[in-house]
Design a protein around this ligand. Structure first.
Ligand code: NDP
Length: 247
């Protein structure tokens, strides 16, 4: 079988780097995108190369439809058609609703939700035409349970799953699955940036497993969803949160 191509948005981030490297270990040809404000992308590619990973990396602002279109066109030209899309890029701008400005709402909705449309639109028709594809949307436990100070983020992450369920219905007969994964608190810089007293005093005590999740554990779930054995998992929202929130 020819090597499948996996495109991971935000593939250099805390979770993204582990997803990218574990997917490469699993035999996929991995292409990553990074944000237009990332000034260390070349360094990252070189560092990963020294660890044995040959990643193609492209700048792409996932909030910008035209940038996504041009980026995927370039990827298809140089690497080939995208078989797997992991919509992983995301940001937080946490604050209470009272303090939240329109710009804080827009930035989070554009980056976490509009991005899913912008990227999926570029690859979905090709997947259905070829009769195989995997689209995996990285949501969050807080999209299911809500979180103080995250009206913007929780709305975007919940919206992502509405998208997943609807697109899953539309493409199911064409060999394409669409799923959401909803990680709880994973030990990446997005989470370790939370003040220590809140992390240790409030967040970890809510996690029955008693620790943060590991990026490897999230990558393992994504690799499973990409597999042939996961062909019957479609339109699901898979929680990976140490038991913090059960639906
Ligand atoms: P990071 O901040 O480390 O990574 C986020 C990535 O998103 C970065 O690589 C960044 O790219 C990319 N990104 C942000 N804005 C844009 C943009 N406009 N265009 C393109 N790329 C952009 O966070 P994590 O790795 O922790 O999070 C990854 C995903 O997992 C996010 O969607 C997050 O919401 C979700 N998640 C994370 C959890 C956690 O505990 N860490 C828990 C639940 C969900 P660059 O680095 O190039 O700037």
């Amino acid at each position: 079988m020819t090597q499948r191509i996996a495109l991971i948005t935000g593939g250099m981030g805390g979770l993204g780097e582990t997803i990218s490297s574990k997917m490469a270990d699993a035999g996929y040809r991995v292409v990553v995108t990074y944000s237009r404000s990332n000034k260390t992308a070349d360094k990252w590619v070189a560092q990963m190369k020294s660890r044995g990973y040959e990643f193609q990396a492209y700048p792409c602002d996932v909030t910008d439809y035209e940038d996504c279109r041009a980026c995927v066109e370039q990827i298809v030209r140089s690497a080939g058609p995208v078989d797997i899309l992991v919509n992983n890029a995301g940001i937080t701008r946490d604050m209470t609703f009272r303090k939240m400005a329109k710009a804080d709402w827009d930035a989070v909705i554009h980056t976490n939700l509009d991005s899913v449309f912008n990227m999926t639109k570029q690859v979905c028709d090709g997947m259905t035409e070829r009769g195989w594809g995997r689209i995996i949307n990285v949501s969050s436990v807080n999209g299911s349970k809500g979180a103080f100070g995250q009206t913007n983020y929780a709305a975007a992450k919940a919206g992502m799953h509405g998208f997943t369920k609807s697109l899953a219905l539309e493409v199911a007969r064409k060999g394409v699955t669409v799923n959401t994964i909803s990680p709880g608190y994973i030990g990446t810089k997005m989470v370790t940036a939370i003040p220590k007293d809140i992390l240790e005093g409030k967040i970890i005590p809510q996690i029955p497993v008693g620790r943060l999740g590991k990026p490897d554990e999230v990558a393992g779930l994504i690799i499973y969803l990409c597999s042939q054995e996961a062909a019957f998992v479609n339109g699901a929202n898979i929680a990976i949160n140490g038991g913090q929130h059960m639906q």
